[in-house]
Design a protein around this ligand. Structure first.
Ligand code: MLT
Length: 328
């Protein structure tokens, strides 16, 4: 706690010396998915932590700009005024979209300044409460015997839930078994799943933990390479690798971006505030309570963040090509 107070005091001094930024104008986190979903959750929690780490002098607002798997919101920030007041909080879709869209309205590596990575989040394969499968093996058999009659929800082409569904369906040779149903984010998708209007979904633990705990959805497996042994709720669910899907490993990550051309001094202030926020015990507790892990390695630095996204773009392209693109 003492270390955090020292860091916060240093931050207050650092920001107090700032000439103009942030000033009275709020800092907007653009979330490229509907309110109430996992991305929105990270944004609101981080905004609170960064408000604190900037000495309480900065106001943050979260703006949900959903649609097209997160690419509409990302495009909005790419074209925004590079004054540090409009930032993008986005996830693995930053690296998946180039493989899924032939014409993206922005260039992920050229049209943004990289402010640092935030967290890594496992995903869970979940089903509606009435689904007639009570464990992962049942689920795969159910999909085979009901091929063509089932559907799987996601948050649009390029979203994390779409990417996971794409990879999972390819891994179990069920590309034609399920119809994919796009939503503006996995918050509305979760409502449809809980209500029984859709059959399945692959979503981040930040969105599924509460629903699984409350028994409003059925959980079947996690997408990470290793079991979530540290997570009291999810530790007993098998990984897809344990269920025979060799090499299946998908972890979602979130990062923070500014429009290209944001002044270096503003970038430095935002990156400093982010790094202090990522050490905030309240923020860490919220993240870990939902199965997420806050990034503590050098990817909190802009250069390493950009190098990581570039590597993820190259890693995901063949995975997406192999899984086959859906013209959602
Ligand atoms: C969300 O925030 O709605 C999800 O992260 C969307 C997605 O599946 O990517």
């Amino acid at each position: 706690m003492k270390r955090l107070l020292i860091l916060a005091a240093a931050a207050t001094a650092f920001f107090a010396n700032a000439q103009t930024f942030p000033g009275p104008k709020p800092i907007t986190f653009v979330v490229p998915f509907a309110a109430g979903g996992p991305t929105d959750r990270v944004a609101r929690d981080l905004a609170e932590a960064m408000r604190k780490s900037m000495g309480g002098g900065a106001n943050f607002v979260v703006e949900n700009v959903n649609g097209a798997g997160g690419t509409i919101g990302a495009a909005k920030v790419a074209k925004a005024n590079p004054d540090g007041h409009t930032l993008l909080l986005h996830h693995i879709g930053m690296a998946a979209a180039p493989g899924l869209y032939r014409k993206l309205p922005y260039k992920p590596l050229d049209d943004f300044e990289f402010l640092g990575m935030i967290n890594e989040v496992p995903m869970t394969i979940i089903g509606k409460p009435q689904l007639a499968a009570n464990n992962y093996r049942d689920l795969e058999n159910y999909i085979r015997t009901n091929s063509g009659k089932l559907n799987i929800a996601h948050a649009g082409l390029g979203s994390a839930s779409h990417l996971c569904g794409l990879m999972w369906q390819a891994a179990i040779n069920a590309k034609e078994a399920m119809t994919t149903i796009p939503f503006g984010g996995t918050a509305p998708a979760m409502n449809a799943l809980v209500g029984g209007q859709v059959d399945m979904m692959c979503d981040q633990t930040t969105n599924t933990t509460g629903q699984i705990e409350a028994g409003r959805v059925k959980a079947y497996a996690v997408t990470t390479s290793r079991p979530l042994s540290g997570n009291k709720l999810l530790k007993d669910y098998p990984t897809l690798q344990e269920m025979g899907l060799k090499g299946f490993n998908l972890t979602i990550w979130h990062g923070l971006y500014a429009p290209k051309g944001t002044p270096p001094a503003v970038m430095a202030q935002l990156n400093a505030a982010l790094k202090i926020a990522l050490k905030d015990p309240d923020f860490i507790k919220k993240e870990e309570g939902l199965g997420a892990v806050v990034v503590t390695d050098n990817r909190v630095e802009p250069a390493a963040h950009k190098a990581f996204v570039a590597a993820e773009i190259n890693k995901l392209k063949p995975v997406i090509d192999a899984a086959g693109k859906y013209a959602d």
